[in-house]
Write a protein that binds this ligand. Structure first.
Ligand SMILES: Nc1ncnc2c1ncn2[C@@H]1O[C@H](COP(=O)(O)OP(=O)(O)OP(=O)(O)O)[C@@H](O)[C@H]1O
Length: 540
């Protein structure tokens, strides 16, 4: 049981719309859970909260923690923003505006033919379209809808359009939900921000939670400027801040803070648990060094399970490389095409894959995650049976079993891309790992991006090389240092360092294999010579 700090208590007890900025490990999840539990106490059975997380994994964790504190989450929505757009707005209300369509499919813009693409190009300028939402009739998107297609890239825009045009939708949301929480607001997109403000405008209590210094998805069109705008004096959102990192050793907190702010005050600490080493050789020798030191790390830091130790790398190709080099048993993760495909069919397939490969996932959890609440007993039994068959089916019947479940649960069909993506997952151990339960004896190897929101006793932070972290741009004929996005890279490094609870090792080497497996001379990352961190680490 956590004893909340004063600053956590203030954030928990505030009853209206607010913005909470939270440093890594400051217990924001604990604060959100406590606030949701309080909100649910005053909800009727048909009401609930909207809780938006950045990933399905984070959402499952939030839901699990809420249900632990209060067994009935009433009619709450837990999920990603994309799932919210689809299940709570588009599938419920687009038919009110444009009439019903059978077998609606989500397609990608790039898979459309070029004439259709041209007619849709204006919708990529979301800011312009939203500013002029009253004059846009979305005719081109409507034509595709009439043929049974939704374009993946325009789902957020379409959700916003519906929210603006459909009184029924606005009534439904404001009657059903008494509050909306959005976590990781520093990575909010433009439309997400508009929808958040819109709900605030029609009286839903809205709570944004984030950390500007952990903004790492600028490349995907996300930006911390929306979080910053909520912090403006006249935003209407009361600001709160939780500042104590309860996760990491104080020397790690000091190192991380000084990375961002050269002169910030330091916590009192009698020990240094940030280590640095430069390995002679390339990633091959780095891998060997990790293998040689695992037992030492376990003993020194009292770690009993390898799963509490992470190896964090800058890119998917570095994860692939290290997975072939480290000899200690490990679990390596890379993104699969289902994540890239998006849409509700992909989301459900991902849940069904977890169900097939992880006995801890239950059929009821999948049913609870559906947007339509089923209460009729025979229908429920039928749903449970098709889901259970996804686990029982032998390999040759697995894809038909998945397809049958998707058909019955959300009345949708697979596309060829879904089948390709599932086959790729089944054939690629690292993609499949996203769905398998983790063994206690496995080190965790993943990208820094993927480590967001996770915590480990010990972190090996790799790829601290010039050119890689921070990423640099090659300019023909010039030796000037030009960084692609210095701040985002620094945030990524910050996320990596702050995943560690007990200690972190920052590693570089004198050579490196690049993504084409060519051996290059390697210089240390510019982040290793930040002035603020001098004296805050130990060389080993
Ligand atoms: N008041 C507190 N006292 C002691 N421990 C706390 C307190 N609040 C939170 N913690 C612990 O600190 C750790 C981090 O909390 P939590 O996972 O909620 O952090 P977070 O802010 O969501 O982290 P991040 O943003 O870095 O992912 C957890 O182990 C949690 O139990």
């Amino acid at each position: 049981m956590i004893e909340f700090t004063h600053e956590q208590r203030l954030a928990i007890d505030y009853p209206s719309s607010m913005v909470l900025t939270a440093c890594p490990g400051s217990g924001k999840t604990a604060v959100i859970v406590e606030k949701i539990v309080l909100d649910l106490a005053s909800c009727k059975e048909f009401q609930g909260v909207i809780a938006i997380s950045y990933t399905n994994k984070a959402s499952d964790e939030l839901k699990r923690r809420c249900l632990k504190a209060l067994p009935d989450s009433k009619s709450s929505f837990f999920g990603t923003i994309d799932k919210f757009y689809l299940t709570e707005i588009i599938y419920q209300f687009l038919n009110h505006l444009w009439g019903g369509v059978n077998n609606l499919q989500v397609v990608r813009f790039n898979d459309l033919d070029s004439v259709v693409k041209d007619s849709l190009s204006v919708f990529f300028n979301a800011e312009y379209v939203c500013e002029n939402i009253d004059v846009f009739d979305f005719k081109e998107i409507k034509n595709l809808y009439a043929k049974g297609f939704l374009v993946l890239e325009f789902i957020p825009l379409l959700a916003y359009f519906i929210l603006c045009k459909s009184l029924a939708c606005r009534r439904y949301i404001s009657k059903k939900y008494n509050s909306m929480y959005i976590d990781e607001y520093q990575d909010a997109g433009f439309i997400q921000h508009l929808i958040f403000l819109k709900l605030f405008g029609f009286g839903v209590k809205t709570v944004a939670v984030g950390d500007i210094d952990q903004s790492i998805f600028l490349y995907a069109g996300k930006s911390s400027k929306y979080l910053m705008s909520l912090l403006d004096d006249d935003s209407g959102f009361k600001p709160f801040e939780i500042t104590i990192n309860h996760r990491s050793h104080s020397s790690i907190v000091n190192y991380a803070s000084r990375m961002l702010s050269e002169n910030c005050e330091l916590l009192v600490t009698d020990d240094t648990q940030v280590y640095r080493t430069t390995i002679n050789g390339s990633q091959q020798e780095v891998a060997k060094w990790i293998d040689d030191n695992i037992n030492n790390v376990k003993q020194t830091f009292g770690i009993s399970k390898e799963r509490e130790i992470a190896i964090l790398a800058a890119t998917n190709s570095s994860v692939l490389l290290m997975s072939g080099l480290v000899r200690t048993k490990l679990r390596a993760y890379i993104d699969d095409d289902l994540s890239k495909l998006g849409g509700d069919v992909s989301l459900l397939i991902k849940e069904l894959l977890s169900y097939r490969f992880n006995v801890l996932v239950t059929a009821q959890e999948i049913i609870d995650g559906l947007s339509i609440k089923v209460v009729e007993r025979n229908a429920l039994r039928e749903m449970r049976n098709v889901i259970k068959y996804v686990r029982k089916a032998d390999d040759s019947n697995f894809i038909p079993a998945l397809r049958q479940a998707v058909n019955l649960l959300i009345n949708k069909d697979f596309s060829a891309q879904h089948i390709d993506a599932v086959n790729a997952v089944l054939q690629n151990k690292m993609m499949l790992n996203n769905y398998l339960p983790v063994g206690d004896d496995e080190l965790q190897l993943m990208t820094l991006h993927k480590s967001k929101g996770l915590e480990f006793d010990f972190v090996f932070h790799l790829d601290l090389y010039d050119w890689i972290l921070p990423r640099r741009e090659f300019i023909e004929g010039s030796f000037d240092l030009v960084f692609s996005n210095y701040e985002q890279c620094l945030n990524l490094h910050y996320v990596g360092v702050t995943r560690a609870k007990k200690a972190v090792a920052l590693i570089n080497s004198t050579e490196r294999l690049n993504y084409q497996h060519e051996l290059k001379r390697a210089k240390p990352s510019q982040f290793l010579s930040l002035r603020g961190v001098e004296g805050l680490y130990r060389n080993i």
